[in-house]
Design a protein. Structure first.
Length: 249
């Protein structure tokens, strides 16, 4: 059994990563390298040192992590909350999260995962899916060339896994699109994803407005950004994205 996981943050009292009051565990390492990554400290699969000499990422045992997240169970129970696995990409440490999720379910704690969708489906289906109550599934770019260009990875597996999950999962699978100016928020991309979702009988999708604060995190790691956009989305830009998505429906 894998007894340790590499994480870079454990956020208690979260209200942004699922229903109710939650604790979000951020697992380090991701198979993608999105040029706009909101958590660039979560991309590398190894511990790093930032410009201040601080370690980025730490190893934690299953026993210690369970102890820490169980402390807030009264808040989960009273608010309908629970635990969310985020990252990075938590499925890169699938052996660990299998035991973590299994223990949480035994405790009656609601579980959710935020995933980029690039995982080995059969392993995910066997080791994670039976212990999940909610799946947030990112659909970033529909065109494979654009996906390779901006995330350094094909989107073929992402789309295939989503199609299978929608059919086989017995829990909610919520698609999410990060609205990245000039990359994912284009009419072509949003309408293509909307068409793809419609073929699966899905009309709704969570559109997540761009947040530029990731750039400071990247600088702290001593790395140079390959994408530059320093402003939050304006209300007009958000409305335009919604229009592009709805236009295809």
């Amino acid at each position: 059994m894998t007894q340790q996981a590499l994480v870079f943050d454990i956020k208690r009292g979260s209200s942004e990563d699922g229903p109710g009051i939650r604790t979000t565990v951020f697992f380090k390492g991701c198979p993608l390298a999105c040029v706009w990554c909101q958590n660039p400290e979560g991309i590398s699969r190894e511990q790093e040192i930032d410009l201040n000499g601080n370690e980025v990422g730490f190893w934690i045992t299953l026993k210690e992590l369970l102890y820490r997240v169980r402390q807030d169970k009264p808040f989960y129970d009273s608010s309908g909350g629970g635990i969310t696995l985020s990252g990075g990409e938590p499925t890169l440490q699938l052996a660990f999260i299998h035991h973590f999720l299994k223990a949480l379910k035994a405790d009656g704690i609601h579980t959710a995962i935020e995933t980029c969708g690039r995982f080995k489906y059969e392993r995910f289906k066997e080791e994670a899916l039976p212990y999940l109550d909610l799946i947030y599934y990112d659909l970033k770019l529909f065109d494979d060339f654009q996906s390779r260009r901006y995330t350094e990875s094909s989107n073929k597996t992402v789309l295939e896994n989503f199609s299978r999950l929608i059919t086989e999962a017995k829990v909610p699978v919520i698609p999410r699109i990060p609205l990245i100016p000039g990359i994912t928020d284009t009419e072509q991309n949003l309408s293509s994803i909307a068409d793809f979702l419609r073929t699966h009988g899905i009309d709704d999708c969570s559109l997540m407005p761009y947040n530029p604060l990731w750039q400071d995190k990247l600088k702290q790691l001593g790395k140079t950004a390959a994408y530059h956009h320093n402003h939050f989305l304006s209300p007009e830009e958000e409305k335009s994205s919604i229009k592009h998505f709805q236009k295809a429906q």
